[in-house]
Design a protein around this ligand. Structure first.
Ligand code: F6P
Length: 344
């Protein structure tokens, strides 16, 4: 490895924060320290490169700064979305900031929107551009897991297990809405792990005819309730049903006199202490990002494939959303969901 040319790396966290981002920042700073490279932290996502008041906050991250953060959710660098990165003016300002701070490589921890920011900088700046996948949605192509997904799944499972207790006590029907933007990784994994009677997501449910779907759903719920006097949990991906879980509950009530309680888990899924899996993934990726920079890699996302850390072109990571495992979808559709209707 030849680290002689690299003196300063910039790092920022962007888009929806994800538990484990701090662990990745820490790992990068520790690895950089080992190779006598300075890390400059930019605050508030790409705003830290664009707006004067945010640029002024940029600082060298020391070992002290990253001490005691591996277990903390959120991000010590703060995060934000930055529409200015879609404009030539915003990009130009970002390049100026990187140049003014003598940055040789920029590391961005975030999701696909954040990596599109990196790709937009590509033709304008000659430094190295490195992405680390950090999003609870797990929807980035080319990596088996993104930082934060395991924790979000864990958090949602813990919440739904609690909902199950009260649902059982009242033999009640719950509709629980889960995050994921437009993909169902969280919904499917959580739904299956909580033994949800219904998993409704983009991968297995298409709302072409709302009324027909309501009738179909109502029939399934009624059959299940007639066969077994017990709780019934539907997990549903956010942005799937028009106006969300509350509206679905209302429609079921109006059309079929079914009484459901809607519960939107929301941002609870983004917070909390990262589970060991996320701490380890983030640490491995943070170290790998530094090693990739030293090796001269550019325009890449650090990834994990079959338990091995690797890198893939940034373009590939954002080209398609990673699909939910078909095995998982099939298991739910063809086996697990059917038993929810069965008498036993
Ligand atoms: O991308 C992470 C995520 O939490 C999505 O699951 C969700 O759709 C979105 O961010 C919510 O964004 P915001 O916090 O800006 O409402």
């Amino acid at each position: 490895m030849d680290s002689t040319n690299i003196k300063r790396i910039g790092i920022l966290t962007s888009g929806g924060d994800a538990p484990g981002m701090n662990a990745a920042i820490r790992a990068l700073v520790l690895a950089a320290h080992h190779y006598h490279i300075e890390v400059i932290g930019f605050y508030h996502g790409y705003n830290g490169l664009v707006y004067e008041e945010n640029i002024a906050q940029a600082k060298v991250l020391t070992l002290k700064d990253v001490n005691g953060i591996i277990h903390r959710g959120g991000t010590i660098l703060k995060s934000a979305r930055c529409p200015q990165m879609l404009t030539q003016q915003g990009l130009k300002q970002s390049v100026n900031t990187l140049k003014d701070n003598n940055i040789d490589a920029l590391v961005v921890i975030g999701g696909d929107g954040s990596f599109n920011g990196l790709l937009a900088l590509q033709p304008l700046w000659h430094g190295q551009l490195i992405g680390i996948p950090g999003t609870i949605d797990n929807d980035l192509d080319g990596t088996d897991f993104t930082i934060g997904f395991a924790t979000a799944v864990n958090t949602a499972i813990e919440a739904i297990d609690k909902i199950r207790d009260t649902a059982d006590a009242f033999e009640r029907i719950f509709i629980v809405e889960l995050m994921g933007r437009h993909s169902g990784h969280i919904t499917f994994n959580v739904g299956i792990a909580c033994a949800a009677e219904q998993v409704l997501s983009f991968e297995n449910f298409c709302i072409d005819d709302q009324q027909a779907k309501i009738i179909e759903l109502a029939k399934e719920i009624k059959t299940a309730k007639e066969n077994r006097h017990t709780s019934y949990i539907i997990v549903i991906a956010e942005n799937l049903w028009p106006d969300g879980a509350a509206n679905l509950a209302e429609q079921l009530n109006k059309a079929a006199d079914i009484d459901c309680t809607a519960c939107v888990l929301g941002h609870i899924q983004r917070g909390g202490s990262p589970v060991p899996k996320d701490r380890l993934l983030a640490t491995k990726m943070g170290v790998a990002a530094l090693q990739a920079i030293i090796s001269g890699e550019n325009n890449i996302m650090i990834a994990e494939q079959n338990s091995a850390i690797c890198s893939i072109p940034l373009e590939q990571a954002v080209q398609h959303h990673k699909r939910v495992s078909q095995q998982l979808v099939d298991a739910q559709e063809n086996i697990l969901a059917l038993t929810a209707q069965t008498q036993y």
